[in-house]
Design a protein around this ligand. Sequence first.
Ligand code: AKG
Ligand code: FE2
Length: 205
Amino acid sequence: MDLFANEHDSPHNLLPFDGTVHYFHTAIARDTADASFENLLHNIAWQHDEARIFGKHIVTRRKVAWYGDAPFHYTYSRVTKQALPWTDTLVTLKNLAEEVTGERFNSCLLNLYHDGSEGMGWHSDGERDLRKHGAIASVSLGAERKFAFRHKQSKHTTSLTLAHGSLLVMRDQTQTHWLHRLPPTKKIATPRINLTFRTIVNQVI
Ligand SMILES: O=C(O)CCC(=O)C(=O)O
Ligand SMILES: [Fe+2]
């Protein structure tokens, strides 16, 4: 497979310092991306996300799901979830993500944003359950959305558009030094699914 067949698929680092992010605009063939989007929309066990923020119980409109090699527990904003077994579509996308990045993943967090009013605020994915400095591969399906990075110290920001069928990989010190977010927008009225393939460690199942 020629990974850089498209002019947008360049192997250069999108971050100027303190981390490594690569973007592959056409990581997934159009028909596979279209079919995966439809399949995931209907066959994933979507649930509203819950979190405890400043002592308040929050239920988001955005929906989430958590899949993995084993029923891993994953604690995210103080709510613990148990991973479900992979579906065929998820295995196909995981294999693609592993092929494109050269990394291995054992779990996946999925997000369903119904329209542009739903997004995700500034955060980094340095949770204790994840491998330290492990790669996170983010696959985007459906509506195109802007994605932004902000350096924790210098506040330097950079952003890009995540296309249908694209893959973004964050590596090395990225989670330590940079926050990322998916800003809400009034311009988008259609859904987007995001999959972040991750590596969970230190769990005895
Ligand atoms: O939807 C996205 O592109 C980002 C999701 C994300 O940052 C996360 O799930 O940690
Ligand atoms: Fe994230």
